[in-house]
Write a protein that binds this ligand. Structure first.
Ligand code: SAM
Ligand code: SF4
Length: 333
């Protein structure tokens, strides 16, 4: 699938739940969540059908996300089925890590091990801080020790790659950047620093708390020496990678400041309530749940998906929508 700007679509990010066991203030800031009712969310069978159709259309990589995907009941059953979809070459999972070490059922096998057995190649674990108190402040939960256990479980499970995703926030975690670099190096995790984006409904992004990736790179160079661009090193997403003289690779995801961010975008997103979005940073979305439940054929669903691809914008609208001092809810961030 190719859109009108030459983006070649091969990657689908699938949210399987809107629920989460944490409350990161930049993502789900309030305690009172109105969760979707069960029948408003795509069933596993519906998800698998839509995924099979996108794979027929050329998707090769799927990343399962949420909310927190591991909070959805029977997620391992779903991942087992996903692992059997012919034509998929790469399955990844994004998680806050808190449930990776938890046993699945009675047997003592961890979620991490079962995910690996199901065919998940890579896990992305969110970790913005190595300090338990800061972790609690950022996520609203005192789960830092669970994440450390989860990371160990992921290591033992033998994933091909474990990435650490760290959202940069001024006055919150910039003083930990060096420690995070060392932590990732010690454990063999691929660390990526992410710029805060206006994706929540409250004032999560302001001039005071925004911390650009260029500044993170300068701080890292001050302590560890030159960061050489590593254009040969690519994962499937929008990160640009650099290498330290030690050989450690570090990624930077600068949706707000990297003006070339969208050029190589290869992604579509399927929300848990069955809306297909051509771009995270645009309000365009297309309902697939309605047609699916009204009995649409595979061919009709294929047409809907291609319509979304055709509407994929040239680039996201975050910079236009980013108006410091203005509430994100007012601009629909
Ligand atoms: N619960 C899982 C987790 O935390 O990794 C998966 C879903 S979470 C929405 C996926 C990623 O989005 C996480 O790495 C999180 O840090 C990031 N994220 C959420 N809100 C963000 C924001 N406002 N700006 C930048 N990244 C954000
Ligand atoms: Fe939950 Fe992940 Fe959002 Fe944090 S970033 S509230 S862990 S979905």
């Amino acid at each position: 699938m190719e859109d009108r700007y030459g983006h070649h679509i091969s990657y689908l990010r699938v949210s399987i739940t809107d629920r989460c066991n944490e409350r990161c203030h930049y993502c789900m800031p309030t305690e009172e969540q109105e969760w979707l009712a069960r029948d408003e969310v795509l069933t596993y069978e519906e998800l698998l059908r839509l995924i099979r159709i996108t794979v027929d259309l050329g998707v090769r990589k799927i990343r399962i996300t949420g909310g927190e995907p591991l909070t959805r009941r029977d997620v391992i059953w779903f991942m087992d089925q996903l692992g059997k979809v012919p034509g998929l070459t790469d399955i990844g999972l994004s998680t806050n890590g808190t449930l990776l070490a938890r046993p699945v059922g009675e047997g003592g096998v961890t979620h991490a091990e079962r995910l690996r057995q199901a065919g998940v190649r890579t896990v992305n674990v969110s970790l913005d801080t190595l300090d338990r108190t800061t972790y609690q402040r950022v996520t609203g939960r005192d789960f830092f020790p669970l994440v450390l256990d989860g990371l160990e479980a992921a290591k033992s499970a033998g994933f091909e790659q474990i990435k650490l995703n760290c959202v940069l926030m001024r006055h919150r975690n910039e003083h930990e950047i060096w420690d995070l670099v060392r932590f990732a190096e010690t454990h063999g995790y691929l660390l990526r620093f992410i710029e805060l984006m206006p994706v929540s409904t409250t004032e999560v992004l302001s001039e005071e708390n925004f911390f650009p990736i260029a500044e993170a790179r300068r701080l890292i160079e001050y302590q560890f020496g030159t960061l050489e661009p590593a254009p040969d090193f690519r994962t499937n997403g929008p990160a640009t990678y650099y290498r330290l003289s030690s050989g450690q690779t570090i990624g930077f995801i600068g949706a707000m400041t990297n003006l070339h961010f969208c050029e190589t975008c290869n992604k579509l997103r399927l929300t848990c309530e069955g809306r297909l979005r051509p771009c995270l940073g645009s309000h365009l979305e297309h309902d697939l749940l309605g047609p699916l439940r009204a009995g649409a054929s595979d061919e009709e669903l294929r047409r809907h998906i291609l319509e979304v691809v055709d509407k994929k914008p040239k680039e996201h609208d975050f910079r236009g929508a980013y108006q410091p001092g203005r509430r994100m809810i007012a601009i629909g961030g």
